[in-house]
Design a protein around this ligand. Structure first.
Ligand code: HEM
Length: 587
């Protein structure tokens, strides 16, 4: 194996990489000037020759690699993936559109628009002359996730971009290391564990009491913030046996809150766990969009590091205490059964390495917290827009669970309309809307309708756009942008998805699909039952949205759901409502 610089040395690696790519044209120019041209040249001409050698070299190597790929595709009876032709060299303009989209666009807007402009579902954006594929084609996504799973990896670039936050955890690693990490997690998400709703109860009670106070005061509340605190406290209790007490901290103040990294900012929260946990995800999301060039953006220092420090300060003592407890129990010969252990206790059973335990927990905390909070946020948003759906859901809740009390696992499983509401929410707003894999070698991507397959070159990066897949009218019908839970109940419409399950994949498919799916759906159902038992519904309070987070007026002329949106759906790792979801509970 080639020796690698550590992942955190990305700036050095970038500079070495740049030097390596520039050396061949410089060496060639030197040889040409000194050995083939036998006339002395002025300094200006020599400098110009060196400067021009770079674009010429890029032009030649890029066209050569395209020629080789096209020849290979023809040889295999395939077609090349259509290539984008941007306005700037290296399609920098396309890269900038993706980066700008993160802060300024509608969720997944740039991806959808670029695919529409070329009239395709899979496109090679060739950013910096590198094969960079974006896709909303379910058959191609299935190839990556399932049928050719072994031909793709997350790769070293994931470690480079996410390692400072998530270490060598399940999200980051490939092959054997990934399998080991996943095997450690899975038993904690089995049926016995996730059917125990006690962990939700205490935190859900706290949410209801906060909402009741704001209802009494007739004040709006940022319920996205509340859901983020609820899922953080609940997931921490589940994983660590301790919660950071996020629900008890200061919350965004209505009409005064400013726009934060995701939702609204809370006074004095800088340096808190919650703030750092969100901000770090924004930094990493930007790293992905700037791709190879992110080290330039961080040339003055690692932008994740202040947040990593805050997160470590919170979680490290908890891990150290667990390691110490384990040492003492071992010395006394106490052996606890796995069923009695939290995930933290199980991790310390398997390793004495505090860092590994810490990262193991952070991976699941990140996976479990923002996603479920996002699902609850978008479900509630859609319920405010569609009161008839709220009413029908409430009827089901009252019929099955009564007007009070905690729903059980078995009751939740008997609620078809609740399931339909959550499915439809995740169709319109899949809360993990993107993902990336790198091809290890060439792959043929199947095409529908008997057309030749598409040729995916080795080492290409593939980004899937799940939201854009879930909003394809050719698959879902002309009413694709409507929130209609009946889509999941009406047998005829349901048959569409049953015939082609790859068109709906909010939790992905294949070996790397989400192990927390049932936990998330239970947690969200539990919370929605409790909310709708207590309140008849919720109304949006657009006046409370912080400045800069209201949907821009030009969206009304835009495409699809953009036209009807009353909040600003956006995404980093996971989807969220920009500026927060400000609602008033209705008695
Ligand atoms: C609505 C809620 C959720 C959604 C939509 C969701 C979706 C996803 C998706 C799409 C992936 C694949 C990401 C990729 O490979 O690029 C994933 C992975 C993962 N999810 Fe979830 N998730 C949710 C909740 C949860 C919860 C509650 C947990 C844990 C308590 C969890 C744990 C994980 C883990 C550990 C992985 C990594 C799996 C692997 O790489 O093998 N997720 N999730």
């Amino acid at each position: 194996m080639k020796p690698q610089l550590p992942p955190t040395w990305y700036r050095a690696r970038f500079l070495i990489g740049a030097a390596k790519s520039l050396s061949p044209p410089f060496i060639l120019t030197y040889l040409v000037l000194n050995y083939f041209i036998h006339r002395p040249m002025s300094g200006g001409v020599t400098t110009l020759a060196y400067a021009l050698s770079i674009p010429l070299w890029i032009f030649l190597t890029s066209h050569y690699s395209i020629w080789i790929d096209d020849r290979r595709a023809r040889h295999l009876g395939a077609l090349p993936i259509p290539r984008a032709k941007g306005k700037l060299p290296g399609n920098i303009d396309i890269m900038m559109r993706f980066a700008k989209d993160l802060r300024e666009g509608y969720i997944s807007q740039a991806m959808g628009e670029i695919l529409d402009e070329y009239g395709v579902d899979t496109l090679n954006t060739r950013i910096f002359w590198h094969d960079n594929i974006i896709t909303r084609d379910d058959l191609h996504m299935r190839t990556v996730h399932q049928t050719q799973f072994e031909s793709f990896k997350r790769g070293f670039e994931t470690l480079e971009k996410m390692g400072s936050f998530l270490g060598r955890g399940v999200f980051v690693m490939d092959r054997a290391e990934w399998r080991t990490e996943r095997a450690l997690i899975r038993p904690f998400l089995n049926k016995e564990r996730i059917s125990d709703f006690d962990i939700f109860q205490e935190h859900a009670d706290r949410v209801l009491s906060i909402l009741s106070s704001s209802a009494c005061a007739h004040e709006p509340i940022d319920i996205q913030d509340l859901f983020g605190r609820f899922t953080l406290d609940a997931a921490s209790s589940f994983l660590l046996g301790a919660s950071p007490g996020a629900l008890d901290g200061p919350r965004p103040v209505p009409y005064k809150a400013n726009i934060g990294s995701k939702g609204a900012v809370t006074e004095g929260q800088l340096g808190t766990f919650l703030y750092s946990f969100e901000e770090i995800q924004m930094v990493i999301a930007l790293r992905w969009r700037l791709q190879t060039f992110f080290p330039l953006y961080e040339i003055m220092g690692d932008r994740t590091s202040p947040h990593v420090d805050v997160i470590t300060r919170w979680i490290k003592p908890i891990v150290e205490e667990a390691l110490e407890r384990k040492r003492q129990e071992s010395a006394q010969g106490i052996q606890r059964q796995r069923a009695e252990r939290t995930m933290l206790e199980n991790l310390v059973e398997n390793t004495h390495d505090g860092g590994r335990v810490r990262f193991g927990l952070l991976n699941v905390l990140m996976a479990g917290r923002d996603t479920t909070a996002g699902l609850l946020t978008f479900a509630l948003y859609l319920l405010t827009m569609y009161p008839a759906v709220t009413e029908r859901l409430r009827d089901e809740i009252f019929e099955l669970c009564g007007a009070k009390g905690n729903p059980s696992y078995d009751l939740i499983r008997k609620m078809p309309y609740m399931k339909a509401v959550l499915n439809e929410t995740l169709r319109l707003f899949p809360v993990a809307p993107f993902g990336i894999r790198n091809a290890i070698h060439e792959v043929l991507l199947p095409s529908a309708d008997g057309k030749p397959p598409l040729y995916l070159p080795g080492k290409a990066r593939v980004t899937w756009a799940m939201l854009n897949l879930h909003r394809r009218s050719d698959l879902w019908g002309e009413d694709v942008d409507e929130f209609d839970p009946d889509r999941w109940i009406d047998p005829k419409r349901l048959a569409r998805v049953e015939d082609r399950p790859s068109m709906y994949v909010p939790f992905l498919s294949g070996p790397r699909s989400c192990p927390g799916q049932n936990f998330a759906l239970n947690e969200a159902s539990f919370m929605l039952v409790r909310l709708l038992q207590r309140f008849s519904g919720f109304e949006l309070v657009p006046e409370a949205i912080p400045g800069g987070a209201c949907p821009p007026p030009q969206w009304q002329e835009g495409k699809g759901r953009q036209r009807v949106e009353q909040v600003w759906p956006s995404t980093a790792f996971t989807a969220f409502v920009k500026g927060g979801l400000w609602v008033r509970p209705l008695p």
